[in-house]
Design a protein around this ligand. Structure first.
Ligand SMILES: [Zn+2]
Length: 484
């Protein structure tokens, strides 16, 4: 922000320079908490002043970093800006009228500085009033929250954010340790006509939701219309989440993605059984990944005997899987074509051809690819997943995104907080993160780990590095069930 140029003669210049020395953030904070200060008006005054942006950012973020300051800011976010503007004429009468010219005003500030160091009051109110009220950049409470979020979290905004959206997002951000949002989030985008919210790197895009009192349980019936059953039947964590606010939960979920992105949580631990035992790969690798997990390959059909026939048979299986795995694939035709091709190549009987076709279609690798090539296969019940995963040592494969497939250990679903947690490794952590801060994670085997490694006051040294893995005690707690 540009500082005002003050025109004056040489004699006054020295005095003005002294008076112009910016109070430090410590002084501003001391003044704010001084006796008789209207706190909300003071905070507003600092934000409206022409102080350097770094001073304002430090003032607001330090305020947010202490309990009473955090409470003050939250009450300002919930309140209305009009209530904080003091009766200027009354205050200025008490303080003596603000000098009319800038020159005279700066001179008047000189005695105010030592007073400010004692009580903070003069510095607190008079200077801020002089600087601020005359040129308020905030025409609404909405603009003010936006500016507060820019200063406190160092974020930028895209598209239109309503006051309610900003307010609920701000309060959700205050549920996580101070400093987290500043370190992990850069941009906030609002696309209310898109279907799903998402986070990409350090940017969050909120979509498809309104900042109402809707709960997760209230949203669920609508999501089911799109075949998306987010909450998991039988999960105590999901049962608790039904009654929690959908906007707040979604904000925390997206924030969880940015934390994962910054700290590499799932890159470091996603393969551990404790975290779901994930593999995550491009769709072209599906056949290889499945082959690696297949414990006992099913016997080949009787008509497949010679090494060349066996080679052709294996090739056909792979061909079918690749077709289902490709984004626009529809492997049903490929199963038929491959069976016909083997029949022609080896001049097999129609009966053998039929045998081949059904053996191909019921091969566990082909069956898994066929059942799960459409997005959303994280919705299935544990029993169905367990059955499908049995030939793969308990590993279930599905398409997570258009070009990506994943596999995970079905056994880990006993601690699932939701169905959606099992879409992809990133969702696994984002859901755990949201549940922890929504207060629905009690009894979860990783709650202790989360408290120790993630839910800590922000310290860039440790909090930007990958967290340590769960310890033996966390693992022992894994005996907890998910029935109540
Ligand atoms: Zn997500």
């Amino acid at each position: 922000m540009q500082r005002e140029v003050i025109q004056m003669d040489d004699d006054d210049a020295v005095d003005a320079e002294e008076a112009d020395a910016e109070p430090t953030v410590d002084e501003l904070l001391a003044a704010l908490w001084g006796p008789g200060v209207k706190k909300k008006a003071y905070v507003l005054g600092v934000m409206q002043s022409n102080r350097h942006d770094t001073i304002k950012k430090e003032f607001i973020s330090r305020l947010a970093g202490e309990d009473r300051g955090k409470k003050l800011l939250e009450s300002m976010v919930k309140g209305s800006v009009i209530n904080w503007i003091p009766d200027v004429s009354r205050v200025t009468n008490v303080m003596k009228p603000i000098p009319p010219s800038k020159k005279a005003q700066w001179a008047a500030m000189i005695p105010a500085v030592p007073i400010a160091l004692l009580g903070g009051f003069a510095l607190g109110i008079q200077k801020l009033l002089a600087e601020g009220w005359s040129r308020s950049p905030f025409t609404s409470h909405r603009d003010w929250i936006k500016e507060l979020m820019r200063l406190e979290f160092d974020v930028t905004f895209s598209n239109h954010w309503s006051e309610a959206e900003l307010r609920k997002t701000y309060l959700a951000f205050h549920l996580v340790p101070d400093g987290t949002v500043r370190a992990c989030v850069n941009g906030l985008e609002r696309n209310k006509f898109s279907i799903g919210s998402f986070a990409s790197g350090s940017d969050i895009s909120m979509a498809g939701l309104l900042p109402t009192g809707s709960t997760m349980g209230g949203v669920e019936p609508y999501s089911r219309l799109f075949g998306q059953k987010f909450l998991k039947t039988g999960s105590k964590y999901s049962s608790r989440m039904k009654y929690k606010n959908a906007w707040t939960m979604t904000t925390l979920h997206e924030l969880g993605h940015t934390v994962d992105n910054k700290r590499g949580v799932m890159d470091a631990h996603g393969e551990n059984s404790e975290f779901g035992g994930w593999t995550d790969f491009h769709n072209s690798q599906l056949a290889d990944e499945m082959k690696e997990s297949l414990t006992v390959p099913p016997p080949t059909p009787n008509c497949i005997q010679t090494p060349r026939q066996i080679q052709k048979w294996n090739h056909s299986i792979e061909w079918c899987i690749n077709d289902f795995a490709s984004p626009d694939g529809n492997g049903d035709n490929t199963i038929r074509e491959e069976a016909e091709d083997i029949t022609r190549t080896y001049n097999l009987t129609p009966h053998d051809s039929q045998d081949l076709k059904s053996a191909l279609a019921s091969h566990p690798m082909v069956k898994m690819a066929k059942k799960n090539f459409k997005l959303g296969a994280w919705n299935r019940s544990d029993d169905t997943m367990r059955e499908m995963a049995a030939p793969f040592g308990g590993r279930y494969f599905h398409r997570s995104y258009t070009q990506d497939w994943v596999s995970f250990e079905v056994e880990s679903r006993k601690d699932a907080v939701s169905n959606y947690q099992y879409r992809a490794p990133g969702e696994w952590f984002a859901e755990l993160y949201a549940h922890y801060y929504m207060g629905t994670l009690d009894g979860h085997p990783l709650k202790g780990w989360f408290e120790r490694e993630i839910d800590q006051n922000f310290d860039p040294e440790t909090m930007l590095a990958p967290p340590a893995p769960p310890n033996a005690e966390d693992v022992a707690a894994h005996a907890n069930d998910n029935d109540n």
